[in-house]
Design a protein. Structure first.
Length: 235
């Protein structure tokens, strides 16, 4: 019996018009959709593409605790892989909606690790938050022989300091509650003047602020700080 195909579909950073044509085709044709969501409330990934969906598909919500101490929630992905696997075994294609790009800090990778050895899988790249933030800020990420470093906000202060000190350019992601620590590191390295802050890039409530305008406890999870030691990549 032929099994279904598992699709990891990147749907971009938030603007529905940034969904690729290939992603759109698969999202409309797959008989089963799966999407990540918090334990309570709507799925941001699904909301991005909601207007594009035909409304006739079976849907599998993957609800998980979005708390650093409990993520990735292995038991949640175990259950989701079992439910999705049953659909694939029955011959149905399943499209898993993933905000941004599935393999750039995307939750889909945890399902891929559980199912790729048993079923055919196709990963559909999406516009990542990294490139979306750069475009919205008008700040090219890197040029010539620059080394671009991606730094997660939860890193310890000393490790973040070392990695920023060694980088030509950096994207600090998952800022959220780590903003105060990140600001301390940028100040200590003399890089605050070369940093650009953005939150919820491409979404209706996108904001671009100076570091001084960001409250220590007000940065959302979907925020990013771009740093280039030449200030402008093209100089």
């Amino acid at each position: 019996m032929t099994t279904g195909t598992l699709y990891g579909v990147g749907v971009g950073p938030g603007d529905p018009e940034l969904v690729t044509l290939k992603a759109l085709r698969i999202l409309r044709s797959a008989p089963v959709l799966a999407w990540p969501a918090p334990e309570d409330g709507p799925s941001l990934a699904r909301e991005i593409v909601a207007a594009h969906l035909p409304g006739t598909q079976r849907e599998i919500p993957i609800r998980m605790p979005l708390v650093p101490a409990r993520f990735p929630a292995q038991e949640v992905y175990d259950r989701a892989a079992e439910e999705i696997g049953a659909e694939l075994e029955a011959g149905a294609d399943v499209a898993v909606i993933c905000e941004g790009d599935p393999f750039f800090y995307g939750s889909f990778m945890y399902l891929y690790g559980r199912l790729a050895g048993r079923f055919p899988v196709e990963v559909i790249p999406g516009v990542s938050s990294l490139t979306a933030c750069a475009a919205a800020l008008g700040a090219p990420l890197a040029a010539r022989n620059d080394v671009l470093t991606v730094i997660p906000g939860p890193l310890a202060e000393d490790e973040m300091t070392a990695r920023l000190a060694a980088a030509d350019a950096a994207a600090i992601i998952k800022v959220g509650r780590h903003f105060a620590k990140i600001r301390t590191v940028l100040d200590a390295l003399g890089l605050a003047g070369d940093a650009r802050y953005i939150e919820r890039a491409t979404m209706a409530d996108q904001r671009i602020l100076t570091l001084e305008e960001v409250g220590a406890d007000s940065a959302p999870y979907f925020s990013m700080i771009l740093v280039h030691k030449r200030t402008e990549a093209w100089t």
